[in-house]
Design a protein around this ligand. Structure first.
Ligand code: ZN
Length: 273
């Protein structure tokens, strides 16, 4: 089986200090937490940055630089920058795609629209086409975030049309309230629809995180964990850091006998050498 790629999703765009005092907010905190996760075995970090005024997600390129530059200097992590902004706020396309100018190796590509909380996270076809075009232009590999089977179909159609280039890499997002549930059955169903040669990782939102990670370890997929996906390490117990989640996965992988991918091995697996 391929070595396991662990992605750490450090902060997301919405969790506030009120919800968890441990959530990294400032660029320094995001960098620090990313480095801890890298030392513990993560090969990718999924990065959002926060507006210093509101504390919520923003697409300010100057703030992204304060995270990207030190991580490039101090680690060999693969950086996956978000293009979602704040899901539900539906920022203009240029703002959402601004992080591509930093030429990360990966950027998130949310392959369709979905209700999240009380809002619509809008990713209509024209946005997807534009995002795919600009990622190709910038040499950035899209990480195809899919919340249900229809989004996989969208990616397959876009690949057929030449908008997305194989090998495709999927991030299966399970356990959001209105998307596919974080159950073994749903995961297997989605995975069975992925094209030949695709790679995939899974994240389970909230309490779905651990079971989905365990499934991915045995199925040959990859794993995303971190405080963007849940702030709880166990029922009613707040995680104190992102590294706790990474360490739990490394322990499980070791017990099972699956090696961890270094960032350079992850590059090879994802075809971003
Ligand atoms: Zn994200």
């Amino acid at each position: 089986m391929e070595p396991l790629i662990i992605t750490a999703a450090i902060t997301g765009s919405r969790i506030t200090r009120k919800q968890s005092p441990y959530i990294p907010i400032t660029p320094e905190e995001i960098v620090q937490s990313s480095i801890e996760c890298w030392r513990a075995g993560a090969s990718i970090v999924h990065i959002h940055v926060r507006d210093p005024e509101t504390g919520l997600g923003c697409q300010d390129i100057e703030i992204f630089k304060q995270v990207v530059e030190p991580l490039r200097e101090q680690t060999d992590l693969i950086l996956c920058l978000t293009t979602s902004g704040i899901p539900g706020k539906n920022l203009p396309t240029d703002q959402r795609l601004a992080p591509l100018s930093l030429k990360p190796e990966l950027a998130s590509f949310d392959a369709g629209s979905i209700n999240l909380g009380n809002a619509l996270f809008a990713n209509p076809p024209d946005f997807l086409k534009e995002a795919a075009r600009r990622m190709k232009e910038a040499g950035v590999k899209p990480e195809l975030e899919v919340f249900d089977l229809g989004m996989i179909m969208t990616c397959l159609r876009m690949a057929e049309a030449g908008d997305l280039e194989p090998p495709l890499h999927f991030q299966l997002v399970l356990g959001t309230p209105y998307g596919a549930p974080a159950t073994p059955k749903a995961l297997i169903h989605l995975q069975e629809h992925l094209p030949e040669g695709a790679t995939w990782s899974v994240l389970g939102a909230g309490r779905g995180g651990l079971p989905m990670a365990m499934m991915a370890i045995i199925m040959g997929g990859h794993v995303r964990v971190g405080m963007e996906d849940t702030i709880y390490f166990a029922k009613g117990v707040l995680a104190k850091s992102n590294v706790q989640f990474v360490e739990r996965i490394t322990k499980l992988a070791k017990e099972y006998g699956r090696a961890l991918a270094t960032p350079s091995e992850a590059r090879e697996i994802l075809g971003i050498m």
